[in-house]
Design a protein around this ligand. Structure first.
Ligand SMILES: NC(=O)c1ccc[n+]([C@@H]2O[C@H](COP(=O)([O-])OP(=O)(O)OC[C@H]3O[C@@H](n4cnc5c(N)ncnc54)[C@H](O)[C@@H]3O)[C@@H](O)[C@H]2O)c1
Ligand SMILES: O=C(O)CC[C@@H](O)C(=O)O
Length: 318
């Protein structure tokens, strides 16, 4: 059997899978579609992160393909319908990086409120500007969640521990899976999240419905001091409209871990705003989450290839 890996995977997972199959590891393969097509022809399994676009053409070429392992959560780079039609199973590492993303968002909220880095740099210049670096408490502020699933409810728990009020919009959440009474999130409509929040944090998948979910109309509802945090997917926030909203002072700023097209060059227009901070898709990236994800995905791929039951199969009911 052959397992093809087209993006970065920690060595421990690769070695685990070598016990049952020949493993071809090429972390840059996602960059070259033709090479990926050539190599997938005799692969039984494909392992990807979010950069390999697994479209119909790739799936057509993968005649022997039985399973795709997603080293993470978001599935917007995989044509799920085409995979289902070809009976290719998908395993994803549900919630294995949720704590990492929740902690990243807390770090952003604290960074936006207390200029510690800037104050430290100023002291190194020989200054002692106490008043200049007066910050804000996050205690009593409102965090608005768009999407209250695995990441959203973990973030709520952490924000509530800091004394924040947490409201959330998620029309599809199943109360049975995430009881609001236990998560501490007050369920509201999207407009209320936008109107009431000091921080708006996005935790929905990229779908036809969520593409450009936040654009000029939505920014116009927000407080002038509000900060948008997007760790979800580029494409959910309309980037041009965001740039205008931030530069015109309609909202205070944005922290974006994800962009519509990744990676970007240093002249990318969003990087020209001092009120927008972009990080290179690292919210879920910690030593701990990567170890969890690697173990889950390598184990589950082996189970599928050996005909055993996997509890990490993505539902084909979409
Ligand atoms: N930046 C990173 O490193 C990183 C890491 C992990 C996940 N992610 C992204 O975060 C997303 C969320 O992850 P999760 O684990 O919380 O997923 P999840 O499936 O547990 O939660 C997503 C929630 O969004 C809700 N939802 C779907 N459509 C919606 C809509 N139109 N409006 C409002 N809510 C809607 C769902 O009901 C669900 O509760 C992933 O899809 C992925 O794209 C990014
Ligand atoms: O490293 C990755 O694959 C991205 C992680 C994240 O966006 C996810 O969807 O889990």
């Amino acid at each position: 059997m052959k397992i093809l890996i087209s993006e970065y995977m920690p060595e421990s997972g690769i070695n685990r899978m070598r016990k049952i199959a020949e493993v071809e590891y090429n972390p840059d393969l996602w960059r070259n579609k033709q090479e990926l097509i050539n190599k997938i022809i005799d692969a039984d399994a494909l392992v990807v992160r979010n950069q390999t676009i697994v479209d119909q053409e790739i799936l057509d070429a993968g005649k022997k393909l039985k399973v795709i392992g997603r080293l993470g959560v978001g599935l917007d780079n995989i044509n799920l319908l085409a995979a289902k039609q070809r009976n290719v199973k998908i395993v994803s590492a549900k919630n294995a990086n949720s704590v990492s993303v929740a902690e990243y968002v807390m770090a952003v909220i604290l960074t936006a409120s207390r200029p510690i880095i800037q104050a430290g740099e100023d002291v190194k210049k020989g200054n002692w500007n106490r008043k200049l670096f007066t910050g804000n408490e996050i205690y009593g502020k409102t965090l608005g969640l768009i999407g209250t699933g695995e990441i959203g409810h973990r973030l709520a728990k952490r924000a509530i521990a800091f004394g924040m009020k947490v409201i959330g919009y998620d029309p599809y959440i199943r109360e049975f899976d995430y009881p609001f009474s236990e998560t501490g999130i007050t369920k509201v409509e999207l407009a209320e999240v936008l109107k009431e929040s000091d921080f708006v944090s996005i935790h929905v998948p990229l779908t036809n419905e969520t593409r450009n979910l936040l654009s000029t109309k939505e920014f116009n509802l927000m407080k002038k001091n509000a900060i948008i945090i997007n760790t979800s997917r580029g494409g959910i926030v309309d980037e041009s409209a965001l740039f205008k909203a931030v530069e015109s002072g309609q909202i205070a700023g944005a922290y974006l871990d994800v962009l519509e097209n990744e990676p970007v060059e240093k002249d990318y227009f969003l990087l020209n705003s001092s009120k927008i901070t972009v990080t290179p898709h690292i919210a879920g990236l910690t030593e701990e989450s990567q170890e969890r994800i690697t173990n889950i995905i390598s184990d589950e791929i082996m189970k599928v290839l050996e005909g055993k039951e996997s509890l990490f199969l993505v539902s084909s009911d979409f």
